[in-house]
Design a protein around this ligand. Structure first.
Ligand SMILES: Cc1ncc(COP(=O)(O)O)c(C=O)c1O
Length: 388
């Protein structure tokens, strides 16, 4: 058997003919810049999120940066976030000139621990940025209560959380602003892209302005028959808008969200049924009252029960033709942040311990039942062969 042909990657996008047709239609239309497809995607997304505004952008990174800026956050301010996240969450705080402050995570779902966040609050704290790890909902009740008590903004990094619900409500309207990612690995992709949702009119208006160079009118208004050539620059903005062909891809993908989520949930449950029989493996947590978006399927190895490390398991899975990943190398382990903020491994013990033992197994909508079974069988085989 050819090992490469048989390789089961850790992640694959799910692009149908409908997405290809939608993108080709935009290419043929002659209008590639932000235009009618972006507006249609935003309208449908706002109704999904239950918010007044949805702003399509070219990444979640752009969305977080704008949400922070539009909240007036800058030099001298502190923003609390999680160490178990992607660099972008922290980088966007740094880009505003503010100081990132880390608070440890909960051991069950790898999301920020509200009690640790509260301990990290100082007179300079202006906002909290929770991140819904892998699609598992953060403890938003507690985070929102904390924010109210201390007068803080809540900007959610929902890059993983398209499909997550809390109390039957889609993620998108809990915090002051919520930011989703449509990067190719995400539950819905636009190639590259993001969406910012909010009910705050002033925040939305400022984000729209800053997303297009600080210009008073968008290109659609300027270059169409109903538009005017004139504009004014009202701020030193950015080039963060989504284009119409990204929107055509993202919007068509978004129309398949329910089917995507059913398949992700089905595959996750199928793997959990088998892996749940292994006492050495901690399954992904599903919190009561919330749904999991199953962006990631993260298991953890129980300490002291196997003679093989997490890193060796990654190699053993690869030898069996299965790709895996780790989400994430904690922020305080990376050279830049260590040098700049004086952090070191060991500073956030729950995040450190989770990092040593966590493993993201393949989970994507194109995976078949047989492939999910193959992943579970490989884990079983490795565990059986390495019991202490
Ligand atoms: C937790 C988290 N936040 C933010 C991002 C950045 O998203 P984008 O690539 O859309 O900027 C990612 C990954 O891409 C992520 O995993």
């Amino acid at each position: 058997m050819n090992q490469h042909e048989d390789f089961l990657p850790y992640n694959l996008p799910d692009i149908s003919e409908a997405e290809i047709d939608a993108v080709v239609d935009v290419l043929r239309s002659g209008w590639l810049a932000p235009g009618p497809r972006v507006k249609a995607f935003e309208a449908d997304f706002a109704s999904y999120a239950g918010t007044k505004h949805a702003i399509a952008l070219d990444s979640a990174t752009a969305g977080m940066h704008l949400a922070l800026l539009a909240s007036g956050i800058g030099p001298g301010d502190e923003v609390i976030t999680t160490p178990t996240t992607f660099a972008a969450t922290v980088n966007t705080i740094i880009h505003t000139g503010a100081t990132p402050v880390l608070a440890d995570i909960c051991p069950d779902d790898y999301c920020i621990d509200p009690a640790a966040a509260e301990r990290a609050i100082t007179p300079r704290t202006r906002a909290i940025m929770p991140m819904h790890h892998g699609g598992s909902a953060c403890r938003m009740d507690e985070i929102l209560a904390l924010a109210r008590k201390h007068g803080l903004r809540v900007i959610e990094d929902a890059a993983h959380a398209l499909g997550t619900q809390i109390g039957g409500r889609n993620i998108g309207s809990f915090g002051d602003a919520t930011v989703f990612s449509f990067y190719p690995t995400k539950n819905v992709t636009s190639g590259r892209g993001g969406m910012l949702t909010t009910d705050d009119d002033a925040l939305a208006e400022r984000c729209r302005l800053l997303a297009l160079h600080g210009m008073s009118n968008d290109a659609w208004d300027r270059y169409t028959a109903r538009g005017s050539w004139s504009y004014q620059v009202l701020a030193a903005g950015y080039n963060y808008t989504m284009t119409d062909f990204q929107a055509a891809l993202g919007h068509t993908q978004f129309s398949r969200l329910d089917a995507f989520q059913r398949q992700r949930t089905h595959l996750a449950r199928r793997m959990s049924e088998r892996l749940g029989a292994l006492p050495e493996i901690v399954l992904p947590a599903e919190r009561t009252g919330a749904t999991h978006a199953w962006h990631l399927y993260v298991v953890r190895i129980r300490p002291g029960m196997l003679t093989i490390s997490r890193d060796e398991i990654i190699v053993a899975m690869k030898e069996r033709g299965i790709g895996t990943s780790v989400h994430f190398i904690p922020i305080h382990h990376h050279p830049y942040y260590r040098e700049t903020y004086g952090w070191a491994p060991g500073d956030f013990p729950v995040a450190d311990e989770a990092f040593e033992a966590m493993l993201s197994l393949p989970l994507y909508t194109r995976m078949t039942d047989a492939e999910a079974d193959r992943v579970a069988a490989a884990v079983e085989e490795i565990v059986h062969g390495h019991r202490t």
